[in-house]
Design a protein around this ligand. Structure first.
Ligand code: PAF
Length: 306
């Protein structure tokens, strides 16, 4: 695996790969890699001729009071995990390489913001977050060039924001969403799990349990999004170390909140939640397709997707 720190070198290497007819797979990360990231790298390895992973803790997507300086970092461990997963190129730019020409009040003069899908849930709790994500991902896509890019469904709203940006701006990138990887007790893998105390870590699987309770309500025929939100909130409330930030039920197609759950919506619903454990905020989600009212055997199958 080759480490690359400059935009110019990565561009030159990938342009040469594409000129040789090779397909590029790209996994953008902020490092502190876990099995979830590794699963994205393996997916890219299975489909692409050359796999590039970026590790860049992007200041733009952290608000002033958030954990930028404390964000966990371990480059040597990350490099060995990426190499083990078959990554060919590890892009590790500095902040100065990515944002070489700051302006008064910001690292860049240009910002990408995606209306609609960015605005509720994470967007309401973290108002500047998705513009920071969209801007750095747009920049990374511009550096990497035409590719297939892999994102985890754990950050489901982020995936929707990236998809919408790519479609709106006709970026030559095919976005691939990959299933959330979980610990044995259901906790979604996240770099932020490292912040949890042993007691908080023991309590954290309540997020997945709560989402499953919401999914069970949908599968039992619940049609009221408010009742599904209440089912999720009720489970979180039973855990004294957990504090619910939000629970939401959205259509997969556009992340809007339906006024009533529609069992004929083939793409189904996503249940999302953000829960605080002390100063650590974890997010998770679950996909669910409601059972059709008079379904035949072939159309009946309600599903839950991690
Ligand atoms: O999901 C992440 O790790 C980050 O938001 C991303 C997509 C790498 C952009 O910084």
């Amino acid at each position: 695996m080759r480490r690359i720190a400059t935009v110019a070198e990565l561009r030159a290497v990938l342009d040469a790969e594409r000129a040789a007819g090779h397909r590029v797979g790209f996994v953008p990360t902020m490092g502190y890699l876990h099995e979830g990231h590794v699963s994205l790298m393996r997916a890219a390895r299975a489909e692409a001729d050359v796999v590039v992973t970026s590790i860049f803790v992007n200041p733009l997507q952290f608000a002033a009071h958030e954990d930028l300086d404390d964000y966990p970092r371990d480059l040597e461990r990350d490099a060995s995990l990426a190499e083990g997963a078959g990554v060919d190129l590890l892009f590790v730019p500095s902040v100065a390489e990515m944002y070489p020409d700051p302006v008064p009040g910001g690292l860049l003069a240009t910002t990408v913001s995606v209306a609609g899908v960015s605005e509720h849930m994470e967007g309401a709790s973290r108002p500047t977050h998705f513009a920071g994500v969209a801007t750095v991902v747009a920049k990374l896509f511009s550096i990497v060039g035409p590719c297939r890019a892999y994102f985890g469904e754990k950050d489901f709203q982020q995936l929707a924001v990236v998809r919408r940006m790519v479609a709106d701006l006709s970026m030559p990138v095919e976005v691939v969403g990959c299933e959330t990887v979980r610990e044995d007790d259901g906790l979604a893998m996240s770099s932020r799990n490292a912040y949890l105390s042993p007691e908080q870590r023991a309590a954290a699987p309540v997020v997945h349990r709560a989402l499953r309770a919401g999914a069970a309500a949908v599968l039992a025929g619940e049609r009221e999004p408010g009742a599904v939100r209440a089912a999720i909130a009720g489970v979180v409330a039973q855990e004294p170390l957990a504090e619910l930030d939000y629970a939401e039920v959205v259509r997969v197609s556009d992340l809007t909140v339906p006024s009533a759950i529609d069992p004929t919506d083939a793409l189904g619903l996503r249940l999302l939640a953000a829960v605080r454990f002390g100063s650590t905020r974890l997010i998770d989600n679950l996909g669910v397709t409601a059972p059709a009212p008079c379904a035949t055997e072939s159309t009946a199958a309600p599903t839950v997707r991690s």
